[in-house]
Design a protein around this ligand. Structure first.
Ligand code: ADP
Ligand code: MG
Length: 335
């Protein structure tokens, strides 16, 4: 503990908030730290992946004003910093092993760090994944997490595997995070309960790790939705050298979003961003198995289109009428 009035030092901060000695949490998915031979405290952490597995590695950075609003409760920010990274492992069908945390903080404030660490570790424990190292420095608030996972060699779900005739699927519900953002921007008004539900989707996304693993061997391609469905689907189409036809009205949405004006609904589900659901393709003969995988892990899966040999994306409504689209996925340097 730091003495009152004395600022918390870098090493004290790591000890107090991020190093968890002798913890015996029993995560649902794997024995705690089975792959972690050495965690926080030395110059490197050491990981031992299982035989025959490839390491899957991904980094996502959260910057205040860009990726989150100053109004986000620190506990939810801790959750989200890890969630968006686990979502990338989910999209590859990988099993999380460990993660690092690089943190720039304006000041070492326990009132921020305590709930931030609590949110981070609550999600880490849910997924049986350990914080194995990082870096801490003073500076404008910036949170960068790197996740390490494992996947059977050659078995990762990739963007490039979609084939003509495959079904297009999406997990969960889309658009609530964007709806909440529009409320924060003052463009939409919601009742208190509706706003809290949408805000929870924006601030506390649930990474679909179990679904990603269950889709190994079933899905032909996958991506997690961070920048809006149309833009992220575009990445799959480009990587796979195919096109797609989709039904905008088939995209799953909450009752709160379904009560909004049709144009707003469409914008939120097609180009919302921050959904962290999985978009994936699978051959039609796997339909029943995909639905069974969704039931097994308790996540809804919805079919909303198909992959076409001809390049391009055609969006239509439930009546088969073309939906005019000129939104793109979010691009940090174009916006
Ligand atoms: P070095 O100077 O050798 O890079 P540091 O002094 O930066 O090491 O960090 C000391 C130890 O604390 C290392 O094991 C590092 O991984 C860990 N660490 C530093 N910052 C964090 C953090 N924010 N979260 C978790 N571990 C951290
Ligand atoms: Mg260092």
């Amino acid at each position: 503990m730091s003495a009152p009035g004395r600022p918390l030092g870098e090493f004290e901060l790591i000890e107090r908030f991020f190093k968890r000695r002798g913890r015996t949490a029993a995560p649902a998915t794997r024995p705690a730290g089975r792959a972690v031979a050495l965690g926080i405290g030395d110059d490197c952490a050491l990981l031992t992946p299982d035989a025959g597995m490839q390491l899957a590695i991904s980094t996502d950075m959260l910057v205040e004003g860009r990726h989150f609003l100053p109004t986000v409760p620190p506990r939810r920010l801790g959750h989200k910093a890890l969630a968006v990274n686990l979502s990338d492992l989910a999209a590859c069908g990988a099993e999380p092993l460990g993660f690092t945390l690089a943190l720039a903080l304006p000041r070492a404030d326990p009132a921020f760090l305590e709930p931030f660490a609590a949110g981070l570790f609550a999600l880490a424990d849910e997924h049986g994944v350990e914080l194995i190292g990082g870096d801490t420095t003073a500076g404008p608030l910036n949170i960068s997490v790197t996740v390490l996972g494992q996947v059977p060699a050659g078995g990762a779900l990739l963007r490039r595997g979609a084939r003509a005739g495959d079904d297009l699927w999406v997990s969960g519900q889309l658009g609530d995070a964007r709806l909440a953002l529009e409320v924060f921007r003052g463009n939409v008004a919601l009742g208190a309960a509706e706003f809290e539900a949408a805000r929870l989707a924006m601030e506390c996304p649930q990474p679909r790790v179990a679904l990603g693993r269950a889709l190994r061997g079933l899905a032909s391609a996958a991506i997690d939705l961070s920048d809006g469905l149309v833009g992220d689907l575009g990445h799959v189409l480009a990587a796979s050298n195919v096109g797609a036809v989709i039904d905008a009205d088939a995209l799953p949405r909450s009752a709160v979003l379904a009560a909004q004006a049709p144009a707003l609904q469409r914008q939120c589900v097609l180009a919302g961003g921050d959904d962290y659901e999985l978009l994936f393709t699978a051959p039609p003969q796997h339909r029943a198995a995909v639905e069974a995988a969704g039931r097994l892990v308790g996540v809804a899966v919805t079919r909303f289109g198909r992959i076409d040999a001809a390049a391009g994306l055609q969006v239509h409504d439930a009546g088969g009428r073309a939906v005019e689209m000129d939104w793109r996925g979010f691009d940090h340097f174009a916006a």
